[in-house]
Design a protein around this ligand. Structure first.
Ligand code: F0G
Length: 461
């Protein structure tokens, strides 16, 4: 069989992307304080900052925008959206929201609170922030393999069931409002969670009488990995596998900006009637009426269509193999990456690649700068800049556990040749890695500093 990750779509509309000269990029970097968040999108030839809200929509989705019913209440588009989400997830209540974090905010406003602990395989930043904002503690319980970048494991996103049971025993169920599983596990490298692990987590929850929630942003990519890797799953459809995943859950939060194949949108899926009433009351307060939740009718139409398209086998096969082939093209050259490659991104281990740069001279940021300088490619540091924390006693800055760089691949946006260009650029930077210097921070905000910090290259010292 031909293995080439052929895109199962052809191009109908194109968007110009701009090549800059090295001298221009040098100037752009300087003006942006060497922070890629501060570089203009149009100055990026290939933008791998995120796979969130960056998908290319299909002709059918664009047609859906025109078909969108903009009635304030109970629009036709809502009912189509609700029907598709119910068909895929089986949830009794489907509450639209403007994006994933709005669903999280509503869920944890109701279920979080002081003294409570919410376990997850790994909380995504906004999930953690919403849990903590409610006063509760967000606890990561990924399996130990998840913390070792080079360790191969077919389901490296799994939740550690022994640790989960231990937590329940120690804390008692009254202080654990729910258990969450993020599929795929973004923070640990876009790694999938097995059906067996979700089923077993359900059993743990049943024994303890706790609800299980899924952070479903990349549910279709996760289902594809289950089909490929889990014994006995190869002959099932993605929709069947996704249906089984959701059948173990009491609810889900969803950012449709990922596997909804749209640029904005999300939802909260629930079975519990009482919880749904509370969630809808909060929804009306900040998002909008229960049948639009902060979205336009056309957005609901595009999500419904996107959710049908994302389950197509040929789309997912191309998607995951695109990511995999980029991973292989750079790891064969010796670039250390998180293995195995996950669903939506390649994570480069910048600390391993640049051992001469100490963590507090930010090897991840140094690599991100160099990749832009080399080829106009925007990636994101996920390391000591992003996860800054301080020793509570001395106030001294402490490095993050890992210094990674994420190359997130937007859905249906780039072709195989774009990714070959990316691979070539990464290899070129890797080859001259010994000459790369660290950076120091010259300006930073007290929180979430990665968005606005300014840096200065250390060779200019
Ligand atoms: N959960 C996961 C696992 C995510 O990856 C994200 C977003 C969210 C929740 C929040 O969704 O952005 O729609 O509010 N991840 C993006 C990223 C931002 O770049 O990984 P949102």
């Amino acid at each position: 069989m031909v293995k080439y990750p052929l895109e199962p779509y052809r191009i109908k509309v194109v968007e110009r992307i701009r090549t800059t000269t090295r001298a221009e990029r040098e100037q752009i970097l300087k003006e942006a304080g060497y922070n890629l968040f501060l570089v203009k999108g149009e100055d990026c030839l290939i933008d791998l900052l995120t796979d969130s809200g960056t998908s290319a929509m299909s002709d059918e989705q664009w047609a859906g925008l025109v078909r969108g019913d903009e009635s304030y209440a109970s629009s036709r588009s809502f009912f189509r959206f609700e029907r598709v989400v119910k068909e895929i997830t089986g949830f009794t209540h489907v509450i639209p929201t403007h994006q994933g974090r709005a669903s999280e905010r509503i869920l944890f406003s109701i279920m979080g609170g002081e003294g409570k602990t919410v376990p997850n395989n790994t909380h995504f930043d906004t999930t953690r922030a919403n849990v903590e904002f409610s006063g509760a503690t967000a606890l990561d319980l990924a399996i130990p393999e998840a913390r070792i970048p080079a360790e191969e494991h077919p389901f490296k996103g799994n939740i550690d069931l022994t640790a989960l049971e231990q937590l329940i025993e120690e804390q008692g169920t009254e202080n654990i409002p729910l258990v969450m599983i993020t599929i795929t596990n973004n923070t640990s490298g876009g790694q999938p969670v097995s059906l067996e692990n979700i089923r077993a987590a359900r059993e743990v929850c049943d024994r303890a009488g706790l609800p299980l929630f899924i952070d479903a942003c990349r549910f279709a990519e996760n289902a594809w990995f289950i089909k490929e890797r889990e014994p006995g799953q190869g002959d099932r459809s993605i929709a069947e596998i996704a249906g089984e995943i959701f059948s173990y859950a009491d609810g889900c939060t969803m950012s449709a900006k990922k596997d909804g194949l749209v640029n904005i949108g999300g939802f909260l899926g629930l079975h519990d009637d009482e919880l749904a009433v509370k969630a809808k009351n909060l929804l009306i307060l900040t998002e909008g009426f229960t049948t639009y939740g902060g979205l336009a009718g056309r957005d609901l139409e595009a999500i419904a269509q996107g959710l049908e398209e994302v389950l197509e086998d040929d789309y997912l096969t191309c998607r995951i193999n695109q990511v995999r082939s980029l991973g292989e093209a750079i790891s064969e050259a010796g670039v250390p990456i998180v293995k195995p490659t996950g669903g939506h991104a390649i994570y480069i281990d910048a600390r391993a690649m640049l051992p001469h740069i100490p963590p507090l001279e930010y090897p991840g940021q140094a690599f991100v700068i160099e990749l832009y300088r080399e080829a106009g490619i925007r990636a994101v540091e996920i390391g000591s800049v992003m996860f800054a924390h301080r020793d509570p006693e001395t106030g001294e800055e402490l490095p993050a556990d890992l210094d990674l760089v994420r190359l997130a691949i937007p859905r249906r946006v780039y072709t195989q040749s774009h990714l070959e260009y990316v691979a070539e650029a990464v290899r070129a930077v890797f080859e001259r890695r010994d000459s790369i210097h660290g950076v120091r921070i010259t300006e930073q905000a007290p929180m979430l500093r990665h968005f606005n910090a300014r840096f200065s290259p250390l060779e200019d010292k």
